[in-house]
Design a protein. Structure first.
Length: 190
């Protein structure tokens, strides 16, 4: 997995700051004027937006396995709002928290079905486990996830599955955009 330039993370950070401050996100046109790179607006793309607190702990993470918007930029805008306000594991982000937050965006490749865990590598591939309507996803290259067994255990737990029996597996790669900068309310266009 290659770490890329942070403008995707900066777009997510601006969206989060705007939404937390005003309850309204950036429009596509506002976002495109601030971040005109065609890589954001030229094609659809699935992504996850992750928010970490000043201590490095997860503060929110929401994403899509397949694109749901006309462009990656619009997917980032929607997932940034969801990550800061709709992650069921956390209360919504508040304005006083903004300066300490760190944002990353993982743009996902299309999921590729695999036939066995031997085709996984937790540093290189994310994993999707599914059985019926139950589905769990785990991004690649996460701290503390060093084995395929641990990766699958966590993905199964996210899906509410007690075992791998009867599951379908898929893998994907990501391009991680880690801005590394704190979200600051002043960075969001008013």
């Amino acid at each position: 997995m290659e770490r890329k330039a942070p403008f995707q993370a900066s777009l997510a950070a601006c969206q989060i700051a705007r939404f937390v401050r005003t309850g309204r996100g950036l429009s596509r046109d506002e976002a495109r004027s601030c971040y005109p790179d065609e890589a954001l607006w030229g094609a659809p793309g699935a992504c996850f937006v992750s928010i970490k607190g000043s201590d490095g702990s997860l503060r929110g993470c929401i994403g899509t396995i397949l694109p749901t918007a006309p462009s990656l930029g619009e997917e980032i805008l929607a997932n940034a709002v969801a990550a800061c306000s709709q992650d069921p594991r956390f209360l919504p982000v508040t304005p006083p928290e903004l300066p300490g937050l760190r944002i990353s965006v993982d743009a996902l490749s299309a999921p590729e079905p695999i036939s066995s865990p031997e085709e996984l590598d937790p540093r290189r591939y994310g994993v999707i486990v599914s059985r019926g309507r139950a589905r769990g996803l785990l991004l690649p290259d996460l701290p503390g996830v060093d084995s395929v067994e641990e990766q699958l255990r966590i993905a199964c737990a996210k899906a509410g599955l007690a075992s791998l029996q009867g599951v379908q597996l898929a893998r994907f790669t990501v391009e991680r955009y880690d801005g590394g900068e704190a979200v600051d309310a002043a960075s969001a266009p008013a």
